[in-house]
Design a protein around this ligand. Structure first.
Ligand SMILES: Cc1cc2nc3c(=O)[nH]c(=O)nc-3n(C[C@H](O)[C@H](O)[C@H](O)COP(=O)(O)OP(=O)(O)OC[C@H]3O[C@@H](n4cnc5c(N)ncnc54)[C@H](O)[C@@H]3O)c2cc1C
Length: 405
């Protein structure tokens, strides 16, 4: 009898979790499992702000996929997905096609610029290893050029971060630690450097406890960050950004670097493939399948699930993507074997910790609020836990964060 073929698209948190759990749950003769990813490595998306600021080398945030999959049970193909043909049960890659019986779409998210003119062209976003490396090198180039040029352009030393959500704040935490090092490295006067955070919403870190937000803002301001809250970005330009000032005035902010960290949408493959989606995210059924498709699971940043308590979508997180990977693997095993019970997915939110640099953070874990060293310790525990969940103790020893003091 032909073995059913499960194709998993994306080896991020959701996809790798599905693959590693499924390889444990099923036997070699029961199913063919194929994992497809753009690169031959997985990266810890939740550490990319560190690689972008240059406080952690990008090789520290990635590891080879072959290190964590069981090659007897899971085949890996390095390839880029262009589209999914659900009618013919085919995945179209840039250089070929694949057939599936069951499909898991775990392709992550993409930066959302909400149609703001010029941002796609002129701003960076923290989305993968390539973009993180580019941001780090661009900032270093601005410092080096400023130092070398005769007619100094001070705006080279202005770094604007669009968005005071999780990604923006975590990046600013790292950046504000990196700037003093850059100043020393490139003989630049620290007083010339500006770090601006521009946020349209009336608060930093919307949804976070007000006391914790106050702490975060004070800590970042102490390290030189200026917040422009309630300020909407109207345009990205080759010279910087244009923001709204008052009712109908505009203001230009010249900046050598603009990092857009204000929004995330589902992977563009979702809409291209004809799934009904909201900003590229599919509102999945409780069992994580796409409505109307018995053979397609969508998990992670490309899936949308509602928090019934507040009737709003859960923010896309690694925590949820990994938990969905576990449920998805279970449900696949049930379908493959034709026995057992399909599970509904309910997120189990253990807490949220937002880093403010290597040695500082804010957060709530297991119902307790924490700041400073304690929260930073917890953040590293969370980072190591995600390595453990996918690659066990070997991966933690190899890639883990042990700089607890
Ligand atoms: C800077 C930053 C900090 C964050 N901090 C936290 C945090 O502290 N806690 C938390 O819970 N969440 C955090 N998040 C959010 C979290 O990283 C995401 O929610 C999570 O990565 C989503 O997992 P995923 O499996 O959907 O996608 P990802 O982990 O992003 O993986 C997607 C995979 O698909 C691959 N891929 C994409 N497109 C294609 C294609 N066309 N073809 C083939 N392969 C493709 C990618 O290369 C990647 O390997 C943070 C995000 C950022 C950017």
């Amino acid at each position: 009898m032909r073995k059913p073929k499960v194709v998993i698209l994306g080896a991020g948190y959701g996809g790798l979790m599905t693959a590693t759990k499924l390889q444990k749950a099923v036997g070699v003769n029961e199913v063919e499992i194929l994992l497809v990813n753009k690169n031959d490595y997985h990266y810890e998306t939740t550490w990319l702000h560190e690689a972008s600021a240059g406080t952690l080398h990008h090789d520290r945030v990635r590891y080879n996929i072959s290190e964590v999959i069981d090659r007897n049970k899971v085949d890996f193909i390095q390839g880029t997905v262009s589209e999914i043909n659900t009618k013919e049960k085919k995945v179209i890659l840039e250089d070929g096609e694949l057939e599936y019986d069951y499909l898991v779409v775990a392709l992550g998210g993409e930066s959302e610029t909400f149609g703001i003119k010029g941002l796609k062209e002129h701003a960076f976003s923290i989305v993968n290893v390539d973009s993180a490396r580019q941001i780090r090198e661009h900032i270093e180039y601005q410092f080096a050029t400023y130092k070398a040029e005769e007619e100094k352009k001070e705006e080279r030393l202005t770094i604007v971060v669009g968005g005071a959500g999780f990604t923006g704040i975590e990046f600013l935490g790292e950046l504000s630690n990196r700037v003093p090092e850059l100043c020393r490295e490139y003989d630049v006067d620290p007083n010339k450097v500006k770090m601006l955070c521009v946020e349209a919403a009336p608060t930093v870190l919307p949804g976070f406890d007000a006391e914790l937000v106050k702490y975060a803002v004070a800590q970042l301001e102490k390290k030189g960050v200026t917040f422009m809250i309630g300020t909407a970005v109207k345009e990205g330009t080759p010279e910087g950004i244009i923001v709204a000032k008052g009712e109908d005035e505009l203001e230009e902010i010249k900046a050598g670097t603009v990092v857009w960290a204000a929004g995330i949408r589902g992977n563009s493959v979702i809409e291209k493939s004809g799934f009904e989606a909201m900003r590229g995210r599919v509102k999945v059924q409780p069992d994580l399948r796409a409505p109307g498709y018995d053979d397609v699971f969508i998990i992670g940043d490309s899936a949308l699930i509602i928090n019934e308590e507040i009737n709003r979508p859960y923010p896309p997180t690694a925590q949820i993507a990994m938990q969905q990977g576990e449920t998805c693997a279970h449900n696949l095993a049930v379908l493959i074997r034709g026995k057992g019970e399909i599970q509904s997915f309910t997120p189990d939110i253990k807490g949220t910790v937002c880093s403010l640099g290597e040695d500082d953070a804010i957060g709530v874990a297991f119902g307790k609020k924490m700041v400073g060293g304690k929260a930073s310790f917890m953040k590293k525990v969370i980072d190591n836990r995600s390595l453990y969940m996918i690659g066990g103790p070997t991966l933690v020893f190899k890639k883990g964060k042990f700089n607890f003091l």
